[in-house]
Design a protein around this ligand. Sequence first.
Ligand code: NAD
Length: 458
Amino acid sequence: MNLERDLQDMREYYRSGKTKEASWRKLQLQRLKAFLKEKERDIYRALNQDLGKHHVEAFRDEIGVLQKSINFALQNLKEWMSSKKAKLPAVAVLSYAEIVPEPLGLVLIISSWNFPIGLSLEPLIGAIAAGNTVVLKPSELASASSSLLANALPTYIDSKAIKVIEGGPAVGEHLLQQKWDKIFFTGSTRVGRMVMSAAVKHLTPITLELGGKCPAIIDSLTSSWDKEAAVKRIIVSKYGPCAGQACIAIDYLLVEEKFTSTLVELLKVHIKKMLGENPRKSNSIARIINKHHFSRLKNLLNDPMVKDSIVYGGSVDEANLFIEPTVLVDPPLQAAIMTEEIFGPLLPIITLKRIEDSIDFINSRPKPLVIYAFTKNERLQRRMVSETSSGSIVFNDAVIQFVADTLPFGGIGESGIGSYHGKFSFDAFSHHKPVVRRSYLSEIWFRFPPWNNYKLQL
Ligand code: NAD
């Protein structure tokens, strides 16, 4: 394969205007849907091979979400593509303006391994809807999913306009050296910085969907119904999405001291209800992606500073890349488990004197992708919204914001730049071009020199 020649061909194809046609965009989205339907079993197999994901979890988090997103794009494509009339100032009498969305051209999507199908195809939906030609590089770490995309996708969609290129960091770096009209990257903050430096050369616009530590604040809930609902939602948002290997998974909890023991007991009860007495035997929790990440998580647990904080779980099984859902109370804040993104099924609980102290706690750290807060205290909710900064904020649940087509999904500060989903995906891959049409029948005469004070008085 000659990358430079392929990209040249893709640019020429883009210039032919084919990908700008509404019928082409619609057809590609329909073909993407057919890929998900007809290859459903192959996708489940690949996700199970890569991550030990149960097919129900794979449907919930990847195939089902993608089907919904494609349907939403198909329903709204005409409206998104239409130009919008814009008002002009009164002086521009007999002039007309509109905002015309145009595709950016040839775009690069680099994705990560934790939702290897979902996080590859979700931005692709936006790129196609907006009328671009696309190179997609999935993560080499989810190799079964990556090869499924590379081998099967071209048989469904227009392979002159959309190419899947497989490979790891070396291929990624080679791709970043090329000229793109947009780079959409999902991955770590470390590689996100490299993407941003590479984009400088051609002033390429970027979207960076990055990670970080997402805190969840748990107020001392009083009703047993609320407590139970909150704990179940916390468990499914920590151990549920890919065994915690998710950018929007809860990273750690902030709890008032007086509520800690109740919370820990409830967590124990409900973890057992969802994953059984011996979660190692459960197929309802994904496995760690590879040995490198397994060792990274094991080291977080074996840290001598942390060992005494484990109150539940803590066992590991290297042969099966399994890490038991684990709860820790008050590991030292300087320990790696509290300074690095965990990205796995380890849940530290940090106790605070007053729940309001969580605001300072969060504000003294990098801006998170999401803040979750389980509280019915409206004053505290208002303070959280106005006094903290994060990609998004969710009260009394977690992770569900990801599936809303009507909300922009993205980070802020070190958790990312830009956003996507629904119309925001279309916008991420479009330029909104103002088009102004003037008439010759009127004139703004005071815009022309020579200058005199009379012209200022008008
Ligand atoms: P990563 O940064 O290691 O890799 C992401 C992608 O970049 C992969 O395709 C990889 O091959 C490629 N890559 C790696 N090194 C590269 C280089 N030098 N040049 C060019 N490309 C390179 O991240 P990961 O391990 O795949 O994913 C985990 C991270 O991603 C976590 O921090 C997580 O929070 C974040 N994440 C964020 C989102 C989001 O939507 N915000 C979603 C999933 C994951």
